[in-house]
Design a protein around this ligand. Structure first.
Ligand SMILES: [Zn+2]
Length: 285
């Protein structure tokens, strides 16, 4: 991380300290044990922050709701959190960071207004993170990723999750906990691995060269074959990528379709078509 910050011209520098999101998990080293609490930054408060990318899984997990928000700001019941979040808190602390962003805790799940505003901010949350922790090999929040023995696999549960695509594509640096090893990637050093012979295919985790029409098509292809818990999130989970395409190309993106030309209307499905969301017009995907 130090080498990246000090020597890579493509990567954010050590002095890049962005504004914090609306809530973060505070894991300050002055808190004893693995205690943590939800922190609401003051307006304009800046600090370095890590983000967690993971599969929620089908079983419920402890989240922040309107009724638990106050309690979580006092202290998070760390031992009731999914093992994946406990491991992310440990990783954040051991790397010397004070803040971690985890969607389940930092978005008030039953507050639709907060949820909508955080979905709008998702791109900047992942882009501003000093690094993301990607628990690629875990299939649910109940599984940890530190000190876990796994069989090697080139395919990881996170590969099939729709939300995870933009989270990986937007991040500047990644610590990917794959089935076989820890991979470190940044904009200058893609797919750096400690044991290259075991390196799985990491196309899904790599950072992205955003320019060009064809590349957008590749992203839609990668994205649209992935799974969403709520099909109504189809455009929401692509919003960060759409926003980046708008910035880079100068073209507006409407319902997931940029104003590049008519090539985008030659749609066909490689997988069985799913029910179309009523929120998008027929020419969207
Ligand atoms: Zn770098």
């Amino acid at each position: 991380l130090r080498t990246c910050e000090e020597t890579h011209p493509e990567c954010p520098k050590n002095n890049f300290t962005p504004e914090l999101p609306s809530y973060v998990v505070g894991v300050s080293p002055d808190l004893p044990g693995i205690t943590a609490r939800l922190h609401k930054p003051a307006a304009g408060e800046k600090a370095k922050c890590l983000c967690l990318i993971y599969c929620w899984g089908t079983k419920g997990q402890l989240t922040t709701t309107k009724s638990t928000l106050g309690v979580h700001m006092e202290a998070l019941p760390v031992h009731q959190l999914g093992l994946i979040i406990q491991d992310a808190i440990t990783t954040t602390r051991r790397l010397g960071f004070r803040y971690l962003w985890v969607d389940a805790l930092c978005i008030t799940q039953n507050n639709e207004v907060h949820k909508a505003s955080e979905i709008k901010s998702m791109a900047s949350i992942y882009q501003n993170a000093t690094a993301v922790i990607s628990a690629a090999a875990a299939s649910a929040s109940s599984e940890g990723f530190l000190a876990v023995e796994r069989h090697f696999s080139a395919n990881h549960p996170l590969d099939s999750r729709a939300w995870a695509l933009q989270e990986h594509k937007l991040a500047n640096r990644k610590f990917v906990f794959s089935s076989a090893e820890l991979l470190v990637e940044c904009r200058a050093a893609p797919r750096y691995s400690s044991r290259r012979s075991l390196r799985p295919s990491l196309l899904s985790y790599s950072s992205y060269n955003w320019s060009g029409n064809r590349r957008w098509m590749d992203l839609v292809q990668m994205y649209s074959s992935r799974a969403l818990t709520d099909p109504e999130d189809r455009l929401n989970a692509f919003e960060g990528i759409a926003g980046e395409i708008e910035i880079r190309s100068g073209k507006k993106v409407r319902y997931g379709v940029p104003q590049f030309g008519c090539e985008v209307f030659s749609w066909f499905t490689a997988v069985p078509a799913q029910a179309r969301s009523a929120r998008a017009p027929s020419w969207s995907w």
